[in-house]
Design a protein around this ligand. Structure first.
Ligand SMILES: [Zn+2]
Length: 192
């Protein structure tokens, strides 16, 4: 196949050169309420790849990003932390046949890590794109949680903008006695 970024022949959808030069992660942590949100990139760095989300090859790019970033992060996490942890994808939307968020979450599957599927679903799928925080707060996602209670969990989403969605997801989980350790996202959009 060809590298999606530079077009050169590559075994992977993002070639080694692009991986090590263009898409160098710069891990950042934002605090939203009581939740730490860890992101691997600023949105601007990753934008060319994230725009593939709605193209047919999008799921392969998400799978590759999951393997590049989420999996090594989780391997390091389980080395330092004993005890079972669950990974919960935020609103794994399967309307298009597969979920981008699920691709990221799936890459985190390893001993000690239980990756859940579709247990945190939004009842309200209003489009937040380009909307201010106030609008997001007035139109909550209205999450339904159908997973296990009394567990430790890591929330996974692709992009964090205002953090309103993650904050709401955390509140829903807490009401089901799920302790959210932190949230992990691919990219953070600077809203300042
Ligand atoms: Zn490349």
């Amino acid at each position: 196949m060809r590298c999606y970024s530079c077009g050169r022949l590559s075994f992977r959808i993002v070639c080694e050169t692009c991986k090590t030069t263009l898409f160098v992660p710069s891990i950042q942590t934002r605090r939203i309420g009581t939740l730490d949100v860890i992101s691997f990139y600023s949105y601007a760095t990753l934008e060319p790849l994230l725009l593939t989300k709605h193209k047919p090859e999008g799921w392969r790019i998400y799978r590759e990003l999951g393997r590049m970033l989420f999996r090594p992060f989780m391997q390091e996490f389980v080395e330092q932390d004993d005890g079972e942890v669950c990974v919960i994808g935020v609103d794994e939307d399967i309307r298009s046949g597969y979920s981008h968020v699920a691709q990221l979450a799936r890459a985190m599957k390893m001993p000690g890590v239980n990756v859940t599927h579709g247990v945190l679903r939004a009842c309200n799928r209003v489009n937040y794109s380009g909307k201010p925080l106030q609008y997001r707060l007035e139109n909550p996602r209205d999450f339904r949680y159908t997973g296990k209670e009394n567990i430790n969990a890591i929330l996974v989403d692709d992009i964090v903008t205002t953090g309103a969605t993650l904050h709401e997801a955390q509140r829903t989980l807490v009401s089901h006695s799920v302790e959210v350790l932190f949230a992990l996202t691919l990219a953070s959009v600077e809203t300042d």
